[in-house]
Design a protein around this ligand. Structure first.
Ligand SMILES: [Zn+2]
Length: 390
C-alpha cells in the first residue's frame, strides 16, 4: 500500500497546511475549501456531492471510495472553525506553523487535522482493493449549532448503501469516545401586566414570575445533583439544568411587562432531558393559570432553540471493537463536549468519536495539533484501509 511521506504534496501535513489557510470561521462561506477538495478529487476521478444550505453560501461535501456496498465506514468532520476574534495568537492563525513538535493554526485540532489525515490517504484508498467503501462526510456550521449535519445525514441515507460505522474525528487524542451528553436549549417568554411598581396589586411582574420559574429550575438542578448516579464517566455525572440568560423589564419602577430567559438541559439521554423539561413546563402552566386569573393577556410560553442529541454509547459493540483496532486503545470514554455523533446515532448508524489532537487546544488561541497525533491519525487511516480490504 502506498503511504505518502511527510514531504509529498498530498501528505497529511501538506493537506493540513492547505486546509488551515481557508478562513472557514462559521460566519464565512466554506465554499472555497469545498471547491479545492472537489477539484482535487475530480483530477483523481472521484465523484463528490455537495449538499448546500438554503442560501447556497455553504455546503456539506460527501464522497465515497470503494464499492457501493453496505457496511462501509463514514469519516465525519466539520469544515468550519470558531472565530479568532479577540484572541492573542503568537503566529498567523491561517498559516500552519511548526514549533517544537506542534503544528499551530486555527482548526489544526478542531478538526482539520482529521480531514487532512483522511484526504492524504485518498490515493492509497483508490489503489487498495477495498471490499467495503470509505465515505467522507464533511459538514458546515457545526460550531454554530450543528446546522449542516442533518442534510448531510439525509444525503448519506439516500445516496450510499447503509454504512456500518461512523467515525466522527473530533479531537480525542485518538481515544474512543462513545458517549456524550446532549443539549436542549430553550427560551421561555413570560408576559405580565405593567403597572407602577408601588402598585403591585394592579399588575403582574413578568420578572417575578420568571424568577419563580428560575428558582424551580434551580431546585430541580439541586435535586438532580443530590440523587446523581455513581461515577459514569461524565463530569458531573447527573443531568444538569441551568438558566444562562435573563432579560426583563424596562425600568426599575415599572412591574415588568415581559421577561425572557434562556436555559439548557444537558442529559445523557433524550428521555432524561424530556423528564426535566416536562417538570419545568408543568410548573410554568400552573404559574400561567394563576397569572391569567388576574389579567387574561398574561402568558408563559417556551420554545426549543436547539437540540443536540446525546451519544448514548456503543461500548463492546462490533463498531467499537473495530475502532479500537484502528486507534490502538481498547477502553472507551465519555466526553464533556458535544459532537455531530448523536445525530448520526439518532439516524440509526453505530457511531463513535475518535480523532487526533486534544479538545483542550480547540477554540483556544495558539490552537495546535502535535505532529505525533497527526502521525497517529495517518496510521489509523492506513489500518482502516487494511481492515476494509479484508
Ligand atoms: Zn469540532
Amino acid at each position: 500500500m502506498a503511504i505518502a511521506s511527510s514531504s509529498t504534496a498530498d501528505s497529511a501535513r501538506a493537506w493540513l497546511e492547505r486546509l488551515v489557510a481557508f478562513d472557514t470561521t462559521s460566519r464565512n462561506s466554506n465554499l472555497a475549501l469545498v471547491e479545492a477538495i472537489e477539484s482535487w478529487l475530480d483530477e483523481r476521478g472521484v465523484r463528490s456531492m455537495r449538499v448546500a444550505n438554503a442560501e447556497g453560501r455553504k455546503a456539506n461535501l460527501l464522497f465515497s471510495i470503494g464499492p457501493d456496498v453496505a457496511g462501509g465506514v463514514v469519516l465525519s468532520a466539520h469544515t468550519d472553525v470558531v472565530p479568532i476574534d479577540g484572541q492573542a495568537w503568537s503566529s498567523d492563525p491561517w498559516t500552519l506553523s511548526e514549533r517544537e513538535g506542534r503544528l499551530y493554526g486555527r482548526g489544526a485540532a478542531d478538526m482539520k487535522g482529521f480531514i487532512a489525515a483522511g484526504l492524504s490517504r485518498v490515493p492509497a484508498m483508490l489503489d487498495a482493493r477495498l471490499k467495503r467503501p470509505i465515505h467522507f462526510a464533511l459538514s458546515y456550521d457545526e460550531e454554530v449549532g450543528l446546522l449542516g449535519a442533518p442534510s448531510l445525514i439525509e444525503a448519506i441515507a439516500s445516496e450510499v448503501s447503509e454504512p456500518g460505522l461512523v467515525i466522527v474525528g473530533e479531537p480525542t487524542g485518538m481515544r474512543i469516545v462513545d458517549r456524550h451528553k446532549g443539549i436542549v436549549g430553550l427560551r421561555t417568554t413570560v408576559i405580565g401586566h405593567e403597572a407602577h411598581s408601588s402598585q403591585t396589586h394592579l399588575g403582574v411582574s413578568a420578572n417575578m414570575a420568571a424568577a419563580r420559574l428560575a428558582t424551580r429550575i434551580g431546585e430541580i438542578a439541586d435535586r438532580l445533583a443530590r440523587t446523581a448516579p455513581a461515577a459514569n464517566g461524565f463530569e458531573p455525572p447527573q443531568t444538569t439544568v441551568t438558566v444562562g440568560l435573563i432579560q426583563g423589564g424596562t425600568a426599575p419602577n415599572i412591574l415588568a411587562g415581559r421577561c425572557e430567559f434562556i436555559w439548557d438541559v444537558r442529559a445523557t439521554s433524550p428521555a432524561e432531558a424530556q423528564t426535566v423539561i416536562d417538570e419545568v413546563l408543568a410548573y410554568a402552566a400552573e404559574l400561567e393559570a394563576s397569572m391569567k386569573d388576574r389579567f387574561s393577556e398574561c402568558s408563559i410560553s417556551t420554545e426549543a432553540l436547539s437540540n443536540v442529541p446525546a451519544l448514548t454509547g456503543t461500548a463492546g459493540s462490533p463498531a467499537c471493537e473495530l475502532v479500537s483496532r484502528l486507534c490502538g486503545h481498547a477502553d472507551s470514554q465519555a466526553a464533556s463536549f458535544v459532537t455531530e455523533a448523536g445525530l448520526f446515532e439518532l439516524a440509526g448508524l453505530p457511531t463513535v468519536v475518535c480523532g487526533p489532537g486534544w479538545i483542550a487546544q480547540a477554540h483556544q488561541p495558539d490552537e495546535y495539533i502535535e505532529t505525533s497525533q497527526l502521525a497517529a491519525s495517518e496510521t489509523f487511516m492506513d489500518r482502516l484501509i487494511e481492515e476494509l480490504c479484508r
